[in-house]
Design a protein around this ligand. Structure first.
Ligand code: NI
Length: 167
């Protein structure tokens, strides 16, 4: 396994739209394992392939406290959603920035697992937020897109400053 470099907002590669995965082979299983390791190491609760510059529909998530409930979602699709919740979000691609975003309270998501089996899962609360946040990444969206333009501009200049300091 290997740690993968994570793209940072506003990197234009975060805007690429991920393609569906047609063949779940060893390279996909390795990608999922590497992404999980990268997410746990960060540490974070979710990571989309887009964030490691692989433009395929693959997400890893673990919102459990013990970090022992890894979820790998391939070609995820939201079948239905209901309600609304507002929570504070952050993102490994937007380090140090947290803000409130409105999401559906409950989602029903359909996806393939690492064995290529079709799965369906109902999620609410934090898991529902995380699924929606990571699926945004696959569509080339970042959570700051949900914020006001003024906030987006502030975040860009804050991150540009950080990049200059760490470079
Ligand atoms: Ni994110």
């Amino acid at each position: 396994m290997a740690l993968l470099p994570i793209l940072r907002f506003p990197d234009p590669r975060l805007r690429k739209v991920a393609a569906p995965i047609t063949n779940i082979d060893d390279s996909i299983r390795r990608l999922a394992a590497d992404m999980a390791e990268t997410m746990y190491e960060a540490p974070g609760i979710g990571l989309a392939a887009t964030q490691v510059d692989v433009h395929k529909q693959l997400i890893v998530i673990d919102v459990s406290e013990a970090k022992d409930q890894l979820l790998v979602l391939i070609n995820p699709e939201i079948v239905s959603n209901e309600g609304a919740q507002v929570g504070e979000e952050g993102c490994l691609s937007v380090p140090g920035v947290y803000d409130k975003v409105e999401r559906a309270e409950r989602v029903l998501v359909r996806y393939l697992d690492l064995d290529g089996k079709a799965q369906q899962r109902e999620a609410d609360g934090l898991l529902a937020v995380c699924i929606q946040h990571e699926m945004d990444h696959l569509n080339g969206k970042v959570f700051v897109d949900h914020l006001s333009l003024l906030k987006q501009t502030r975040i860009k200049s804050k991150l540009a400053k950080q990049a200059r300091i760490t470079a």
